[in-house]
Every structure is written in structure tokens, then in C-alpha cells.
Write a protein that binds this ligand. Sequence first.
Ligand SMILES: Cc1cc2nc3c(=O)[nH]c(=O)nc-3n(C[C@H](O)[C@H](O)[C@H](O)COP(=O)(O)O)c2cc1C
Length: 376
Amino acid sequence: MPIANVSSRGGRLLDGGNTLKLGLFGANCSSGRNVTKVPERWSGTWADNLKLARMADAAGIDFMLPIGRWKGYGGETDYQGATLETITWACGLLAATKRLTVFGTVHAPLFHPVIAAKKMVTADHIGAGRFGLNIVVGWNEDEFEMFGVEQREHATRYDYAQEWIDAIKRMWTEQNTFDFDGRFIKLKSVRAKPKPYGGTQPVIMNAGASPTGRAFAVKNCGAFFMQASRNSVAETAQRVAAVKAEAAAQDRDVSVFTVGVIVCRPSTREAEDYHHHCVVEEADWSAVDQLLALRNITPQTVSPDEFRLRRHEFAHGNSGLPIIGDPDRVAGMLIELSRAGLTGIAVSLVNFADELPYLAAEVLPRLERAGLRLPA
Ligand SMILES: Cc1cc2nc3c(=O)[nH]c(=O)nc-3n(C[C@H](O)[C@H](O)[C@H](O)COP(=O)(O)O)c2cc1C
């Protein structure tokens, strides 16, 4: 049976609003994304998340994107060792906010699609259409061992995810009882009510880095998250254009986002000093090394120069684009990313709640003056 015609864009996040959308990435995890030992690092507690979401909502931040992580990376801080489950986290935050889109990051191979579809619809009703899905297929082997689930070979992960998302979309749209007879997923007499809020569809994103992952995103998602170039904005623009061209070749449109880490202070010198303090002097290097080892990046597998470079990249925000400086510099870099064709960026801060007010007071007005954002 054909899949019901579901808008692949969906959700409020992509329906107009700010030209450059800003999100917060990784607040559901202890440490957030900076791999640092500084005592003020992000707690990831519910109380701090709630405070942050209310603040972000008032400031006009567009979305919050959590990390679906089941097990910490160890090190002195047990980096990302305490994480709030993302759909339940989203439900709580959606109930407490009015405008933010809140994503759940859902591991397709670990969540039964019937349960996942209903959990997500519930979140979408709580948020009156503001829930978003980040579909992930699994990155870290050790997490799957913990579930007693064997990770599939890379391409097959996305074959499975294709069936999973097809099943989810049918449950979100199909009025009649249906059977789903896939290669992996077999469902009988499925009835799923209610449908997502108000006849809309939650925005769906994916951040696959491989050609297979990217093809999956282009085919199924309204938003694709990619790594911005660390070398030049021109290179980022080329990457965005390549994704858009891949989508256009299938008669589709996808919004392209990236991730970054921001340190913004009254002077660029102060920002650089603090950044250096957090992710060089006080980096949790043992956690960084475990993160790298999970990706098979070790002194045995890469050259000493490459290893040094990757350690530094991963210490600040697990390899997001560093955006470090005074408000003019930070706003300037964000404006360049927008001109490169990006629809938005999900950023991490060392302590989200302590640092967001300054960002909101100094950087957002600069983006408004540049015509990229509307006043909150
Ligand atoms: C912004 C962003 C968020 C991601 N969130 C998660 C996550 O929370 N959990 C997870 O297991 N993988 C996450 N990933 C990993 C991707 O979904 C993807 O598996 C990874 O980029 C490797 O790409 P590939 O699957 O195409 O090989 C994220 C990646 C990015 C860039």
C-alpha cells in the first residue's frame, strides 16, 4: 500500500519566522557538549533545563535539540553521563513554553514504531504542534550492547530506518486500520489515534554524515544537519548547495542546519581566554580520548598531527563549529553562515543558562538589524 502523502517539511519550525533560526543543542546531557572539567559546566538537571527553556522561549530562540545518548563517555567528569530521555524531556519543556520547537532524538532501532509514534503524537499535542523528531540510527556500539541489540551494518541501519519512518508517517496520517508488511517491521491491524496536532506534521530532521545518511535525510526529512567547514564559509556554502541540489534532483526541498559552540564575551580576547580555559587547560582529555576511540581515532590509527587536531576539535563541543568572540564577531559569523545558505544553527554554551542572557541581549539584536531575525 502506498505511503500516505505526508508533507516532508512539516512542523512550525520551517514555516516562515526567522530567516536564521537559532537552537540550543545538548542541554539534556550533563556537560552539554563542551568536554570540560570547569565547575560551572552544564548540569543537565531537569531544574536547569526548565529554567533554560523558559528563558529561551522568552528570548525568541527557535528550538531545542537534545542528544539521544544512553551511556556516558567516562573520563573524570563522566562526560554526558547523566542524560534526560528526550521525548519525555520534550513533553515537559513543551508544557512549560509557548513558542519553542522541542525535538526528541529517537533511535529508530531501539523504539518500537507503534510506541514511538504515539509518544511523539502525545508530545506534539502537549506542545500544540511544536514537537520535532530527530531520527537517528545509532552511532555508538557500546550503547547497543547495553540494550542487548546488535547494531546492523551501516547501510542496513538506514534501510531499517526507512521502514520505521514509513510506518510512523502512516500512523500519523492514515485514518483506516492498516497492516504494515516490511522486510524488518511487520505490524497487523494498526490503529493510531490521535493524529499529530491540528492536522500538521512534526518537523523531521536527520544528521547523517555519510552519503547513505544524507540520502535518507533528503528523502524523508524537512531539515538536514551537516558539519560546517572549519576552513571557509565558501566551503560551507558549497556543502549546502550540494545538499540542496541532491534534494532538487528528487523534486524536494530540504532546509540545511549546522551545529556550533559559542563563547561570547564583551571582548574577543575574553572570549578566547575563556574558551581556552574550558576546552584546553580544563578539558576532560580522558573523556575526549574515549569519544575518539569510539570513532576509531587513536594514536595507533591516525598520525600524531591528526590525533592532536581531532582531540582539540572534539574537546570543544564534540566537533561543532567554534564561534568565539565579542558580540560583533559572533553575530558576524552567524550572518556569514546564513549567507552561505544555512537555515539555522544549533549551538552549545558551556553553561547554557548563565550565558544565554548575554547572547540574547547582545547578539540577537545584531541579527535583527541584519534582517535575519524578528524581535522576540
Ligand atoms: C546535530 C547532530 C545531532 C546528532 N544527534 C545524535 C544523537 O543524539 N544520538 C545519536 O546516536 N547520534 C546522533 N547524531 C549522529 C547522526 O545521526 C549520524 O549517525 C552521524 O552523523 C553519522 O552519520 P551516518 O549515520 O550517516 O554515518 C547526531 C549528529 C549530528 C551532526
